[in-house]
Write a protein that binds this ligand. Structure first.
Ligand SMILES: [Zn+2]
Length: 275
């Protein structure tokens, strides 16, 4: 599934894989955006054929990747072959784009998104200009080390990749860092943000307020976790108390995506345990 809608001058591409051929069910959708002739992320290779059918008459002069994950760089090569455009990203993302075999894909990620084809990246600077807008590049590690956001101050637009993903935090990947994510979100909260363009949620109005809600939620979760640790509760009991039992996300991802990862990251424990 690949659908395009418009939010002011920004094209919003919503995409994902249909479940068992049912057109109403989409597995973990993702979003890319187009501002002027610049694409911000290229989505998942699982919808490459749908992209191909859209590209005739299409204009693209540059791509920016918010980070190296397969649901954000999936169609880089298609765009590069069609338009010969540069792909800008954080320097740490480039080797994954050149050699996607380096991305350690668990089975669920192979099924949902698929492994991207190789593309050639260029290190991004402190800002990037489209035909009519200048975007500030902000390093926002936490979801991944190479994660960046793009901020357009004149209109208060934040292209947030996967660092926001909604007002609540229930799951983390085992390679995500709670503390770095919180710090990155706090840095973003100092900006005047009207609209968030999020990799997971798409267009989020009241961006600044939504960001502050997420920070408050994470602060409370952190404080309660540390308080329960002080009282002597083991990590899996803290998780049960604050977030409940693991659910389908844990089992589908074989523990890569879990509630326990949230608690463990707060406590500085690396691997998830006790589903
Ligand atoms: Zn990601």
């Amino acid at each position: 599934m690949l659908r395009v809608t418009q939010c002011g001058p920004i094209a919003v591409f919503r995409m994902g894989k249909h479940i068992a051929g049912n057109k109403r069910w989409v597995l973990y959708e993702t979003h890319s955006f187009q501002l002027d002739d610049t694409m911000i992320d290229t989505g998942t290779i699982s919808v490459e054929d749908e992209w191909k059918s859209k590209l005739n008459g299409y204009r693209c002069s540059a791509i920016v990747n918010t980070h190296h994950h397969e649901d954000h760089i999936g169609n880089n090569r298609l765009f590069q072959e069609k338009f010969g455009v540069p792909v800008f990203a954080h320097p740490d993302a480039l080797s994954f784009m050149e050699n996607p075999e380096r991305i350690r894909l668990q089975l669920y990620r192979k099924v949902v998104w698929g492994r991207p084809a190789a593309s050639h990246g260029t290190p991004i600077g402190n800002e990037i200009s489209t035909a009519r807008h200048t975007l500030q590049v902000i390093h926002t590690p936490g979801h991944s080390q190479d994660h960046i956001c793009l901020y357009e101050p004149m209109n208060g637009w934040l292209f947030s990749g996967d660092i926001f993903c909604g007002k609540r935090l229930v799951y983390l990947r085992s390679d995500e860092d709670f503390w770095l994510t919180l710090e990155s979100l706090k840095n973003l909260a100092s900006l005047d943000i009207k609209t968030i363009f999020c990799g997971l949620k798409g267009v989020v109005e009241n961006g600044g307020g939504s960001l502050k809600s997420k920070i408050q939620h994470m602060e409370e979760l952190k404080d309660k976790t540390l308080e329960l640790q002080q009282k002597g509760l083991p990590p899996h009991k803290i998780r049960r108390r604050l977030l409940g039992y693991e659910d389908g996300m844990f089992y589908l991802s074989n523990g890569h995506f879990s509630k326990q990862n949230v608690v463990n990251s707060i406590l500085g424990i690396k691997r998830s345990i006790n589903p």
